[in-house]
Write a new protein. Structure first.
Ligand code: NAD
Length: 295
């Protein structure tokens, strides 16, 4: 299949490489020449612009930073150049309102589009083990599914346009809030004289268990693969968690939903980013809570 891929950053580079590995002909474009060089080394074909990449493609994928980039790239380049039979797939994490607006613009032009944000970080993008949450019509989902399957381990239809983004931000709001709750529980346990490993052994098998505890445990030791064992390097950056929490709060305000735990988590990650924690894994919030954070 002829595929266009626009946005070859931390995530898009691995995803485009996996599409090429799966035998697709991938026309790639990024504003960064270095990102484009790496995509070519990974088996993609260099395009001179987003519109050039899109011309003649049967599937168009984008992996861009935020809603304004997505609105701009689709509005100024993709829509005019896309084949009427192509499927348009935006994998970026963006606000629900922009996702719905861009999908409505596509529909008005008779183009099929889905929002398909991902769960899983750069390692999953490279390994082809992402989870895709897809918003769009049943026909558009069926069209996008085999393309996404080449880059992931699960492709799930979340509902109509925008519902992929809704699933992503609701999931990550749980993740942000449970990480804060898990981190403060470890701090309290320690202050009460309860050993961290012992607390983990109990709570990970009791009702305090969550992904934040058993996959990204904020204290070093209990989960060897967790970023806490690598001075909180790699993993899921606090800046990205903050971005997703802000998207969740904006969506909640628009929808009239009360999200006090999400709001509290957003406040804490904003504070942490403001004192130099943005590039650390989001589990490093424990160092803000126990007072040991030094930028
Ligand atoms: P990134 O900044 O590394 O990559 C974005 C790329 O888009 C860059 O290479 C940039 O040059 C390119 N770009 C920007 N504007 C462009 C334009 N107009 N035309 C062409 N290229 C353009 O970001 P990333 O970490 O790859 O994240 C991409 C998206 O995936 C974000 O929405 C992010 O929230 C989401 N996400 C990231 C992770 C992660 O762990 N990094 C995990 C899940 C989801």
């Amino acid at each position: 299949m002829r595929v266009a891929f626009i946005g070859l950053g931390h995530m898009g580079s691995g995803m485009a490489a996996n599409l090429a590995k799966a035998g697709h002909s991938v026309a790639a474009f990024d504003l960064s020449p270095a990102a484009l060089d790496r995509a070519v080394a990974d088996g993609c074909i260099r395009a001179g612009s987003a519109a050039d990449a899109v011309a003649g493609a049967e599937a168009v994928l984008t992996m861009l930073p935020a809603g304004r980039h997505v609105a701009q790239v689709y509005g100024e380049q993709v829509f005019a150049a896309a084949d009427p039979a192509a499927i348009l797939i935006d994998c970026s994490t963006i606000d629900v309102a922009t996702a719905k607006a861009v999908a409505a613009n596509a529909a008005a032009r008779g183009l099929a589009m889905v929002d398909a944000p991902v769960s899983g970080g750069t390692a999953a993008a490279q390994a082809g083990t992402l989870t895709f949450m897809v918003g769009g019509t049943a026909d558009a989902f069926a069209h996008a599914q085999p393309v996404l399957a080449a880059m992931g381990k699960a492709v799930i239809h979340a509902g109509d346009a925008g519902m992929g983004q809704a699933a992503k931000i609701c999931n990550n709001m749980i993740l942000g809030a449970t990480m804060v709750a898990t981190a403060e529980a470890f701090v309290l346990a320690q202050k009460l004289g309860l050993d961290a490993q012992t607390f983990f052994d109990i709570s990970s098998k009791a009702s305090g268990q969550s992904w934040s505890m058993t996959s990204y445990c904020p204290v070093p030791g209990p989960v060897p693969s967790a970023p806490s064992n690598r001075d909180y390097e790699g993993g899921f950056g606090a800046a990205l968690m903050l971005k997703d929490l802000k998207l969740a709060l904006a969506a909640a305000a628009g929808a009239g939903a009360s999200v006090p735990m999400g709001a509290q988590a957003e406040t804490l990650y904003e504070l942490f980013a403001g004192v130099g924690g943005a590039s650390k894994d989001f589990s490093a919030i424990i160092k803000l809570l126990d007072g040991s954070w030094r930028p």
